[in-house]
Ligand binder design. Structure first.
Ligand SMILES: O=C(O)CCC(=O)C(=O)O
Ligand SMILES: [Fe+2]
Length: 201
């Protein structure tokens, strides 16, 4: 028996599969990555257009890619920067664990409780059918809500811990929506890394 294996949780739901590892990085590694990424990233604060109205996105973002392929969602087109050594180290650990390859990384910085990520699915065409998305969290714990589009009783919440990994798999991006809600609690910043595989269309 491997006494050092991470405590892994596997959720099999209608049209979705999630794997959650709370301590994918230990506290010290997670705190180092949090500080490095927060200080060394060129954060963008984009406008988003929803139903013809333009707003500032309620969080800061950055995109990293292996190629210069752009990534577009909510009327934003992001241009990738080259991966840093630290981000490549995180990527290889995630790839080893998930037995997947990722070529793109979208990072979100939620500065405080008024930053959020509204109900959505990561279903852009360039992610392909049934994409696997690997999500790493550093900093403040925030609840990740997810709900089935048609089965109203399927509504769940996972607290994404400092140093955790969440894999979203199967048909999840077709049948489910997810969000990070705003909170009035006085909270610290959180960084979330979502590794994705973009295909050329
Ligand atoms: O911050 C999170 O945990 C989720 C991020 C997310 O859903 C996204 O960037 O598409
Ligand atoms: Fe998402």
């Amino acid at each position: 028996m491997d006494l050092f294996s991470e405590e892994k949780q596997h959720f099999i739901l209608p049209n979705a599969e999630l794997i959650y590892v709370p301590d994918f990085f230990n506290t010290q590694e997670a705190s180092n990555y949090f500080r490095i990424i927060k200080d060394q990233t060129n954060w963008q604060h984009d406008d988003i257009t929803v139903f013809g109205k333009t707003y500032k996105q309620p969080r800061l973002t950055a995109l990293f890619g292996e190629t210069n392929q752009t990534y577009s969602y909510s009327n934003i087109t992001m241009h990738p920067e080259a991966f840093t050594e630290d981000l490549l180290d995180i990527k290889s650990k995630v790839e080893k664990f998930s037995d997947e390859k990722f070529n793109t990384l979208l990072i979100n910085l939620y500065r405080d409780g008024s930053d959020s990520n509204g109900w959505h699915a990561d279903n852009e065409k360039e992610l392909g059918i049934n994409p696997i998305i690997a999500s790493v969290s550093f900093g403040e714990e925030r609840p990740f809500h997810f709900k089935h589009r048609t089965i109203k009783s399927e509504r769940h919440k996972l607290i994404l811990a400092h140093g955790s990994l969440l894999l979203m798999k199967g048909e999840m991006q077709h049948y489910w929506l997810h969000q990070i809600a705003k909170t009035k609690r006085n909270i610290e910043p959180r960084i979330n890394l979502t590794f994705r595989k973009l295909v050329t269309l």
